[in-house]
Ligand binder design. Structure first.
Ligand SMILES: Nc1ncnc2c1ncn2[C@@H]1O[C@H](COP(=O)(O)OP(=O)(O)OP(=O)(O)O)[C@@H](O)[C@H]1O
Ligand SMILES: [Mg+2]
Length: 237
């Protein structure tokens, strides 16, 4: 047998697949259908922007995709794992190894420097050679010169860059970002979105971003609009 060496790039794979996903919240007398019959998929190296008004189900969708919450019906597959039947231990492992999160409020630890914040996921993974990796990640997000600053010594945009570097530290297959630019002015927000789009493509990561403001994502590969938990439109960028 001959080994065939292909110069073709690897086939993109579906990192996220949702099929007929429902999520209902019942509290007292109120029933909220936060997600209804949602179907979608996201391939490696591509970015899906989820748009919709407040209360339309964006955070619920991202929490289901990130393994933070389970759906009531339908199929959710992330990085090859069936999240409906997965054990809690498997979900924890998925979140530690394969999925990274970026939030509106940055979520940095205030007593730690930028470099130490980026180091946290590497420590959690038991990686001992951390220093060079941290330097490289801070360079990727354009913050090489701010390694020793604490979050309160950084601007909002810089803090979000540190959060993105931290998210990349665990070498995820999927990045889930809920309103990552919500606390930033529109110009800084657009810069942060460009950075997220660039790292997704360069590192072959799948990205799902929720946003109120579609204008800051001109270069999303796919966009869906949610209304009352339904995907009402697949928008072309
Ligand atoms: N834990 C919960 N218990 C009950 N209802 C909830 C819960 N979480 C969300 N909801 C409801 O589900 C619906 C969708 O909420 P979700 O947070 O997903 O919206 P969103 O699109 O992220 O809104 P925003 O843009 O304001 O962040 C809303 O009607 C909300 O009130
Ligand atoms: Mg939300």
């Amino acid at each position: 047998m001959f080994e065939t060496v292909s110069s073709e790039p690897a086939e993109p794979t579906d990192i996220v697949v949702l099929d007929g996903v429902d999520k209902t919240y019942t509290g007292g007398r109120s029933v909220v259908h936060a997600l209804q019959s949602v179907d979608l998929s996201v391939r490696s190296g591509t970015l899906l922007a989820v748009h919709g008004r407040s209360g339309s189900g964006k955070t619920t969708l991202l929490n289901v995709i990130g393994g933070l919450d389970r759906p009531d019906a339908g199929r959710v597959e992330v990085c090859g794992l069936d999240l409906v039947s997965a054990s809690d231990a498997e979900l924890t492992e998925l979140r530690r190894r394969s999925v990274a999160f970026v939030f509106q409020g940055f979520g940095l630890l205030p007593m730690l420097s930028a470099a130490e914040n980026v180091e946290v996921p590497l420590r959690l993974q038991g990686i001992t050679e951390r220093r060079e990796r941290v330097e490289e990640l801070l360079d990727v997000v354009g913050l090489g010169g701010r390694a020793d600053h604490r979050p309160n010594e950084l601007s909002g945009g810089e803090q979000q860059r540190v959060a993105i570097a931290r998210a990349l530290a665990a070498d995820p297959q999927l990045l889930v970002a809920d309103e990552p630019t919500g606390q930033l002015d529109s110009r800084t927000g657009a810069e942060i979105m460009k950075l997220i789009v660039a790292v997704a493509a360069e590192r072959d990561i799948a990205v799902v971003v929720a946003t109120h403001d579609l204008s800051i994502i001109d270069d999303a590969d796919h966009r869906v609009e949610l209304q009352d938990g339904h995907v009402i439109a697949e928008l072309t960028p």
